[in-house]
Ligand binder design. Structure first.
Ligand code: CTP
Length: 501
């Protein structure tokens, strides 16, 4: 069986083949490139395995391209790499008999044949090679029936799973990741091998684990991966808080829904609405505090009061534990978790503009993502209910749009800052600063005071007095003008907008 390359690929691979011939080294394309080409998924990452010195081959091969690419040589690992100007990434490695020491500092490499090399790879579909040798250029080298597994959609280790997984336990995550990305089935023995070897995942760095987890989450249907992680017991080790969501308790014949499967459905629903990894993380974490806040109230049933707030507080801890980024991303996810019940409360009748304004202020630029999360949170099996809830959310969206057009809340900031409060009362950062700031914001959003600096300043003095504070500095709006909320520095579209709500 021969594989069809594009004209560009053919040109590149002929040059590599030519270089290999001149070095008298058998050479093969291997791994992900072969798999993805056979699957019809274009890729620009190509791995070559040669029977000989990969550093020499890469150096010779690079000379055949114009402009000459810069070759990176990794002597300790016996690998080399260069990138072509059109983005093609070429990686060279010598065939090895011993297992791959991924990310290990051990430099020892025992040379081997192409088949030695193939059998130490992770899965049969990743062990496929294509010959670049003159006598059979383009022929598939498939000693482990990788093509058949590719056609049948099977993830299977070439050796017995215990051996393959002990070579690199991250492969357990990779198996589940490929099953999710490709919608493949993990071969029963391989799956059992993961369950068996799961504890070994502990020796893998959190960064590599999380990298695979994120690839699962970015897939079209991430629930496939999470179910496999759960069934094999890997999830219990890498993300126990999520496992705590599983199961339903019954008291007086009343049960609650299984929040693990609910969360997975919300995640899949979110994945259908957005590619944003962090929105998908918000879906994973939106109910994470349900186990911690669960109560059974006599005559009422199960409640999860405050799970959005407690859940919000759990977000940074979980991000830290999983080595996820702690910048804007964590703030965004926390905000969405904290706000995920708010739009539902706005689906009732007689909702005031001020309630909509508060939501727009709290969600800011992320209001659309929040609405997507809330829509994804509808997991009822009753089609009519789903339709009704979605229609209700549509009404909330329309109200948000109308209020936003009128008041430009999304990017609005209250006219009095924390600094002004501290300066006025001569106090350091402390609780009253936040209390007064929030009170001013709420008063403006609720239309209690006008949306301008002077009104806010007066209100600040009043609130300060209630907190037992007195004005230390004599400045007022006339003297400093600082923070005055004029149409220019608000983001309002029309002049005079500052007094509108
Ligand atoms: N490989 C392996 N064991 C690992 C990682 C990689 O055997 N733990 C082998 C596989 O043959 C794999 C190849 O190295 O196909 C290249 O690895 P990598 O670039 O990480 O993965 P790809 O298969 O190319 O897929 P993706 O780019 O989606 O990660």
């Amino acid at each position: 069986m021969a594989v069809q390359f594009t004209a560009n690929e053919d040109e590149i691979f002929k040059k590599i083949a030519d270089a290999a011939r001149s070095c008298s080294m058998p050479c093969y394309l291997i791994g992900g490139f072969v798999r993805d080409t056979l699957l019809g998924r274009p890729t620009k990452d190509a791995d070559f395995v040669c029977v000989g010195d990969a550093l020499q081959l890469a150096t010779v091969a690079a000379q055949r391209f114009k402009p000459h690419p810069k070759v990176s040589l990794f002597k300790n690992f016996g690998t080399a790499h260069f990138k072509l100007h059109d983005g093609f990434d070429l990686e060279f490695v010598g065939a090895r008999r011993e297992s791959y020491q991924y990310n290990s500092r051990k430099p020892e490499v025992v040379p081997g044949t192409i088949e030695d090399d193939q059998k130490r790879r992770d899965f049969t579909i990743n062990a496929l090679a294509i010959s670049l040798n003159s006598h059979d250029f383009g022929a598939l080298v498939d000693p482990f029936n990788g093509v058949e597994d590719l056609n049948q959609g099977i993830i299977k280790t070439p050796l017995n799973p215990a051996e393959t997984f002990s070579d690199d336990p991250l492969r357990m995550m990779r198996a589940i990741r490929f099953a999710t990305q490709l919608n493949f089935t993990i071969y029963p023995e391989t799956l059992a091998g993961i369950t068996e070897a799961k504890e070994r995942i502990r020796i893998i760095s959190q960064e590599r684990i999380t990298d695979e987890l994120n690839k699962i989450i970015k897939s079209e249907k991430p629930s496939i991966g999470f179910k496999l992680l759960y069934d094999t017991g890997l999830l219990h080790i890498i993300f126990p808080q999520m496992v705590d969501l599983a199961g339903a308790e019954f008291i007086e014949g009343k049960g609650h829904k299984d929040n693990f499967y609910h969360t997975l459905q919300v995640l899949d629903n979110t994945a259908q609405r957005s590619d944003n990894l962090w929105l998908r993380w918000a879906a994973i974490l939106h109910d994470i505090a349900k186990p911690a806040t669960k109560r059974f109230e006599e005559g009422h049933g199960w409640t999860f009061h405050g799970h959005e707030v407690v859940g919000g507080r759990m977000v940074p801890k979980i991000f830290n534990q999983l080595k996820l980024p702690l910048g804007e991303q964590v703030k965004y996810v926390r905000k969405l978790v904290e706000l995920h019940l708010r739009p539902i409360s706005l689906t009732k009748e007689n909702i005031t503009d001020s309630a909509i304004r508060r939501l727009l202020f709290d969600a800011g630029e992320d209001i659309d993502d929040l609405m997507k999360l809330c829509e994804s949170d509808i997991t009822s099996k009753n089609k009519f209910k789903v339709k009704r809830y979605l229609e209700n959310f549509e009404l909330v969206r329309e109200r948000c749009k109308a209020v936003e057009e009128k008041d430009s809340i999304r990017t609005w900031q209250p006219p009095i800052t924390g600094e002004i409060i501290m300066e006025t009362f001569g106090i350091r950062p402390s609780r009253p600063v936040g209390t007064i700031k929030d009170a001013i914001k709420d008063a403006i959003l609720d239309g209690v005071i006008e949306n301008n600096y002077d009104a806010a300043f007066a209100y600040m003095l009043q609130k300060g007095e209630e907190c037992g504070l007195t004005q230390k500095t004599g400045f007022s709006s006339q003297e400093t003008g600082k923070g005055a909320f004029t149409p220019e520095d608000s983001n309002s579209k029309e002049p005079g907008n500052e007094n509108k709500f």
